[in-house]
Ligand binder design. Structure first.
Ligand code: ARG
Ligand code: ZN
Length: 441
């Protein structure tokens, strides 16, 4: 017996229903899916450390470039001694054979980058949940603390809170907007803005270096929680503090890609997004150490200060260069305190002073937390790179005490430093600021 053939009417009805459902769902989901918004995972991606890449360079093979462009590698750190780069699971084999062909070996710093990211996340959740005093304490209105990393809004709320607690000495500026329209905020702390010498501190130029905004907000807290009792060399300065220079990138690392470095501005004639803000400043911009390729993590942008973030900060600082004695910018990782120049293989004129103050900070850090930092000239330890904010502040504004501080760690976690290390690392950052303030006198 053959089965009865289905009636034609229900089939038509079903078809109509499917069509209606398709129309309905098309209205609730975005018409075009933006691949940039799909969260990036790093399951079984490995973090490698590769030594002796400069030897391979002499054989005309730009190892880091090849690994970045051909094998989709994500460069974490490149200096005169080694390259740290993470490689997606799918590319591990091919990248290994490439290295073998170059007679290079990779030391595996981490066998699963996603596990590092998950550990960082869980560490923060546990640290903030397990504290019984957290809920009952009503001392601070903002939800700021240094047991975990925070989103931009929490950082900005903390800045507003500082301003409202010290209305007479604190001013909060919105100095402009980022590429995606977020506010760029700077606090000024001063008892005498007309006369006191100035120190500028920024963080978060590079999105994924989360310890940087955490440290700069901690410096702010250290200053203000005890302002009345601060020594004269601290109270007698005008402090400019910008915890997040790259808010778009920072938020992007929180929602979508933990390892994003650049800002988020679109590029003409390329689908790749973002400029490395620390290659975008107007000093040695077209020289070594940056890329003209919009897809590279060290893309310098279409022109010096082409980026809103760079432009706004340089204009703000240029107007205030009188009495500007120090420029401190916090990055990670590597545990180094470096000073100009970076764009050329020359030391700044008063390098001996900068080295001495750097050494003092290194010693104090060792006493306080036991961490080993190194003070050095940038080009000697990190290689030559133009377009940096540090060199710019020296060359364009004549700032004397210019330091880039590379916070923890030395590669075990890299950018993905678990929150339990925030407090000590931030204390190390504060120690540098204190030491420089004292040197200004
Ligand atoms: N890791 C930092 C960067 O690559 C180091 C900055 C040192 N200064 C410089 N102008 N390159 O941006
Ligand atoms: Zn950086």
């Amino acid at each position: 017996m053959s089965p009865p053939s289905p009636a034609p009417v229900p089939w038509l009805l079903l078809l109509l229903l499917i069509a209606a459902a398709a129309v309905a769902s098309a209205q609730t989901t975005p018409m075009a899916l933006d691949v940039n918004e799909i969260p990036q995972r790093y399951d079984e991606a490995q973090l490698w450390r590769i030594y002796n890449i400069s030897e391979a360079m002499q054989r005309q093979v730009p190892v880091s470039q090849v690994l970045e462009q051909k094998f989709g590698g994500n460069i974490w750190k490149e200096n005169s001694k080694f390259l740290d780069i993470s490689i997606a699971k799918e590319q591990l084999k091919a990248a290994r054979s490439f290295l073998n062909a170059q007679r290079l070996d990779a030391q595996v710093l981490s066998g699963n980058v996603q596990a590092l990211i998950d550990e960082e996340h869980m560490d923060g959740i546990n640290a903030t949940r397990a504290d019984p005093g957290q809920r009952t304490k009503k001392a601070t209105r903002s939800s700021m603390h240094w047991k975990d990393y925070h989103d931009l809004e929490t950082i900005y709320a903390f800045m507003r809170e500082i301003r409202s607690k010290f209305p007479n000495i604190v001013r909060l500026y919105t100095i402009g907007q980022s590429a995606e329209g977020r506010d760029l905020k700077v606090l000024r702390i001063s008892e005498n803005p007309r006369e006191y010498k100035k120190i500028w501190i920024d963080g978060g130029i590079h999105a994924r270096e989360w310890i940087s905004p955490a440290t700069v907000t901690f410096i702010l807290y250290q200053l203000m929680s005890n302002w009345e009792n601060q020594p004269a060399h601290i109270r007698g300065l005008t402090w400019y503090i910008m915890p997040v220079m790259n808010p778009d990138g920072y938020e992007y690392t929180r929602t979508t890609n933990r390892l994003w470095r650049k800002n988020r501005s679109p590029t003409r004639r390329s689908s790749c997004v973002g400029v490395d803000l620390n290659r975008n400043f107007d000093i040695g911009w077209s020289g070594y150490g940056s890329s003209t390729n919009p897809c590279s993590d060290t893309y310098r942008g279409s022109a010096p200060a082409s980026e809103a973030e760079t432009k706004v900060v340089t204009e703000f600082l240029a107007k205030r260069k009188y009495n500007l004695e120090a420029y401190l910018t916090y990055h990670s990782y590597g545990q180094m305190i470096v000073y100009p120049w970076a764009y050329k293989a020359v030391k700044v004129r008063d390098a001996s002073v900068l080295q001495r103050v750097g050494n003092t900070a290194v010693q104090r850090i060792a006493q306080k937390t036991g961490s080993t930092y190194e003070a050095a000239v940038t080009h000697e330890v990190l290689g030559i790179a133009g377009g940096g904010s540090d060199d710019w502040s020296r060359a364009a504004l004549g700032v004397k005490y210019v330091y880039t501080v590379e916070l923890r760690d030395r590669g075990a976690y890299g950018f993905v430093l678990p929150p339990k290390y925030i407090k000590d690392t931030a204390l190390e950052g504060w120690t540098v600021a204190e030491t420089v303030a004292q040197a200004i006198g």
